[in-house]
Design a protein around this ligand. Structure first.
Ligand SMILES: NC(=O)c1ccc[n+]([C@@H]2O[C@H](COP(=O)([O-])OP(=O)(O)OC[C@H]3O[C@@H](n4cnc5c(N)ncnc54)[C@H](O)[C@@H]3O)[C@@H](O)[C@H]2O)c1
Ligand SMILES: O=c1ccn([C@@H]2O[C@H](COP(=O)(O)OP(=O)(O)O[C@H]3O[C@H](CO)[C@@H](O)[C@H](O)[C@H]3O)[C@@H](O)[C@H]2O)c(=O)[nH]1
Length: 477
């Protein structure tokens, strides 16, 4: 059997993964025509917009799209044509946590993956390599294969590969250009291995072969969940230690530095850089792993991973409690400025952002909240808050919450500033001007270890930093 020489790629799903990933493939493989398709017309229009007002904010992305769009990169809502033309199809659709039905709150909703797979089977008139790019539970490729084989046209053969994506938002382009590893899982059959070689060829245009790992299908699927679970576990571990620091006077930065110097542990992902991790992946993928463990009758394994998410919720509750306690045990009617709403800097994405939970907690305490974020659309903030607080009427939310055009505006006459996202511009803020216009005493709660606490204290602020707390100011929950 000869390997397929890939010349046409289709990617189903023009989101945070499909868009940047396939734009970089187009950049690095000018001989391959890459078409990214999506059912969402507005999203495709934004990708095609003449002023490059792309649907997602990601440093470096616009430059890649400028170089490739119309050359060998195309965005379209014509899903069927994309499928028809391609030798290789990435399935890069969303796999959110199920909200209702069996496994609600834990299992991944595979409806979008199944719909895309059925469409491929229905439309394809020639053989295809189908690549699972979405993050899915272990053995999803088997379901995809069953669906494809049961619905394929005579003469059409489908090979399924798993090729999970490890990019992080905010650094997606750098991660894609220089990945730690590309992981490709295939069946260990002749056809499976041949398909695997075809995809390796694509990546080999810019990734060294020593960085391309080829494994079995199920190992590949599980490795993605495992990587996210272990990254999130590190954050929950350090957050748990930050609670001990705050109660004892130890400094979490010093502890993390000392621990990370052990080469077996290493320094990365040991930063208490957040009031709990956010983003569309960590929580979803761990809950997915919990569900998988329970389905496999492994309750102890499920409980182990569930605790990582529970610790994250505790971290957010603890932070709110610290704000309330410090502000003389009540924030009712007080103005709290929340700087940052995205789940991390350099993205406009708010999915599972810790800021949403904090603002909801502040609303429940009847505070008045002013929010500023340099990238998040106002409409998105209103939608997130309404979804987080369904019992609040929209007018009630708007009575308590105000979205501001700048950080200075948000902080005007506030009693406290809460730094929820580590945007660089907050570090460079004219903190003297912020102080002059705030109610006194003026508090800053740095949830991201972003600002120079000593400098702010000299200005007159009372600064509370996550993971640090002198004895006597310890918190209890
Ligand atoms: N966001 C990340 O940083 C990241 C990183 C690695 C892996 N992942 C995984 O990648 C997958 C995609 O994530 P995302 O953040 O890009 O999601 P997303 O919601 O941004 O994009 C998914 C897109 O797929 C489209 N879509 C859904 N069903 C479709 C269909 N049948 N036909 C055509 N288009 C369809 C949606 O309209 C949407 O635009 C998920 O499984 C996620 O867990 C995400
Ligand atoms: O030391 C750290 C590092 C991160 N975070 C927080 O963790 C969350 C996730 O951050 P990050 O991992 O940088 O961004 P994501 O885009 O969510 O990327 C994760 O999720 C993706 C989707 O699966 C994977 O592809 C990536 O490898 C994985 O890092 C954010 O809220 C961060 O603020 C911390 O609190 N402390």
């Amino acid at each position: 059997m000869s390997d397929v020489n890939v010349t046409k790629i289709c990617c189903i799903g023009a989101g945070y993964v499909g868009g940047p990933t396939c734009a970089v493939i187009a950049l690095k493989c000018p001989h391959i025509k890459v078409t990214i398709v999506d059912l969402n017309q507005a999203r495709v229009d934004a990708w095609n917009s003449s002023d490059y007002n792309l649907p997602i904010y990601e440093p470096g992305l616009e430059q890649v799209v400028r170089e490739t769009r119309g050359r060998n990169l195309f965005f379209s809502t014509d899903v069927d044509r994309g499928i028809q033309e391609a030798d290789l199809i990435f399935v890069s659709v969303n796999t959110p946590t199920k909200k209702t039905g069996v496994g609600a709150g834990f299992a991944a909703d595979l409806n979008f993956v199944e719909k895309a797979t059925r469409r491929i089977a229905q439309i394809a008139t020639s053989s295809k390599i189908v690549v699972e790019k979405s993050t899915v539970p272990c053995r999803t490729a088997e379901s995809m294969r069953t669906i494809l084989e049961a619905n394929s046209k005579p003469g059409c053969h489908f090979d399924i590969l798993s090729n999970p994506e490890f990019l992080a938002e905010g650094t997606a382009i750098a991660d894609l250009l220089n990945p730690d590893r590309v992981l490709i899982g295939s069946l260990q059959t002749k056809a499976g291995k041949s398909a695997c070689r075809s995809l390796c060829e694509v990546y080999a245009n810019w990734v060294g072969l020593d960085h391309i790992l080829t494994v079995g299908l199920w190992s590949s699927e599980l490795s993605k969940l495992a990587a996210n679970a272990m990254l999130a576990q590190r954050i929950s571990s350090i957050n748990a230690l930050s609670a001990i620091c705050e109660a004892t006077g130890a400094n979490i930065d010093e502890v993390a530095h000392a621990v990370g110097k052990d080469t077996r542990i290493g320094p990365k992902f040991l930063k208490v850089r957040s009031v709990g991790f956010g983003g569309s992946c960590f929580q979803k993928d761990i809950l997915n792993l919990v569900y998988l463990s329970e389905s496999l009758h492994l309750p102890e394994v499920a409980a182990y991973w569930r605790q990582v998410v529970e610790m994250n919720e505790y971290q957010k509750r603890r932070f709110t409690r610290r704000v309330v306690d410090t502000l003389f045990k009540t924030i009712t009617g007080k103005k709290i400025a929340v700087l940052g709403f995205a789940f991390k800097a350099d993205t406009g994405d708010t999915r599972e952002s810790a800021a949403i939970t904090l603002v909801k907690h502040f609303m429940e305490e009847k505070a008045l909240i002013s929010i500023y974020d340099p990238q998040v659309e106002h409409e998105q903030i209103w939608m997130d808050l309404q979804e987080a607080a369904p019992d609040y009427a929209p007018q009630q939310i708007k009575k308590q919450v105000q979205i501001c055009p700048s950080a200075i505006d948000a902080c005007h006459e506030a009693e406290a500033v809460v730094i929820a996202t580590e945007w660089k511009e907050f570090r460079k803020l004219d903190w003297q001007a912020v102080y002059d216009n705030m109610s006194k005493p003026a508090f800053v709660f740095d949830g991201r270890l972003l600002v120079d606490a000593d400098k702010l204290t000299k200005i007159g602020f009372k600064v509370e930093v996550i993971g640090r707390g002198a004895p006597g100011t310890e918190m209890t929950i």
